[in-house]
Structures are given as structure tokens and as C-alpha cells.
Unconditional design. Structure first.
Length: 182
């Protein structure tokens, strides 16, 4: 054996002889890749979050919180007015015919036109406004221009002058008739 074969400082040569991974290149070992994976996952997660923030719409965020807060008091006043008039409504939805029929009980006999808002809880673009006209039999009727998607909906019924308000919640397609109360 030559002196070069016995050199204890020659780790590359000794690892080839013994087969230990100490002399293997760093990119062929497990631990460097394991340690790199955590920061790499954080970078990819951050990029995905930025993409989602830029692409998605924040439809549920109000621009003016102060005005929204003031509107809550008006909403409570309208619900109290509906209670004083002892109003409640029963509605039947016929999605196949694209028609909604509503009967209103209580002391409001002056309203000839009502507005029913079907508000989707999470997708603002899905909200539907249905004008309801009083028919000869005393019931109100309106047409649906598009069929509402399946899921939960919040309902708001008001006259044209917004003097009172009835509210309710339904789950489509299960609920085809419902009651609205103050």
C-alpha cells in the first residue's frame, strides 16, 4: 500500500472504501432536504395565499362600517313597526313555474307592491330581488327570472316605502313554502 492509501485526512477515499454516507454529496443525503422542505413549504404557502387574495372577491366586507351601524337602528325600527301591525307572511315558491305567491296577514291593507329579497349568505352576486304585486284575491305574486341555487337563503320582505320589514331563513330546494315574521 502506498502512503496515499493510508492518509487519515483523505475522507473521500475512506468513505468510498467503507461505504459510509459521510463522503456522499450533500444533495444525496436525507437531512439537508428534510430541513429545506419546511422553508420551501412556507414559501409555496405564502405564494398561494397571495394569489388567492388577489384573485378572490371580498364580497362580504362593508366599505363604510359607520353607515352600516346606523342602518341597524333603522332595521330594528322597521321590525318593531311590523310587530305593531301584527304582520306575518306565508309564501309558496314554485321554481318550475318561476313564480312566488305570498299571502300577508296583519293590519297593513294599503300595500299594493312588496319587495322580497332572497339574500345568499356568502355569495353577493347570487342575491335575488323579486317585486310582488297585489292580485285580486289579496295575495301577492311575483316572477323569478332565474332559479335560486341550492343552499341556505336569508329572506327580507318590505313594502315599497320600507316602513316595515319581515325576515326569514330557508333552505332550498327542501323548503318550498315558508313563513316570514318580524
Amino acid at each position: 500500500m502506498s502512503q496515499q492509501d493510508n492518509d487519515p485526512l483523505d475522507t473521500h477515499h475512506s468513505s468510498l472504501v467503507t461505504g459510509s454516507p459521510e463522503g456522499a454529496a450533500w444533495y444525496r443525503q436525507f437531512w439537508p432536504w428534510f430541513l429545506i422542505s419546511f422553508p420551501a413549504a412556507a414559501v409555496f404557502g405564502g405564494i398561494a395565499t397571495i394569489i388567492l387574495a388577489v384573485v378572490s372577491d371580498d364580497g362580504l366586507v362593508e366599505d363604510d362600517y359607520y353607515k352600516t351601524g346606523l342602518a341597524i337602528n333603522k332595521t330594528l325600527e322597521r321590525e318593531e313597526a311590523a310587530r305593531e301591525l301584527q304582520l306575518q307572511a306565508e309564501a309558496i315558491l314554485s321554481a318550475e313555474q318561476g313564480r312566488l305567491v305570498l299571502s300577508l296577514q296583519g293590519q297593513d291593507r294599503d300595500s299594493t307592491r312588496l319587495i322580497l329579497k332572497m339574500i345568499h349568505p356568502t355569495i353577493m352576486n347570487e342575491d335575488i330581488t323579486i317585486p310582488l304585486l297585489k292580485q285580486a284575491d289579496g295575495r301577492f305574486s311575483g316572477l323569478l327570472h332565474s332559479s335560486p341555487r341550492s343552499g341556505n337563503w336569508n329572506l327580507l320582505l318590505t313594502p315599497e316605502n320600507n316602513h316595515w320589514r319581515l325576515a326569514g331563513r330557508i333552505s332550498l330546494p327542501k323548503d318550498r313554502s315558508w313563513k316570514l315574521t318580524p
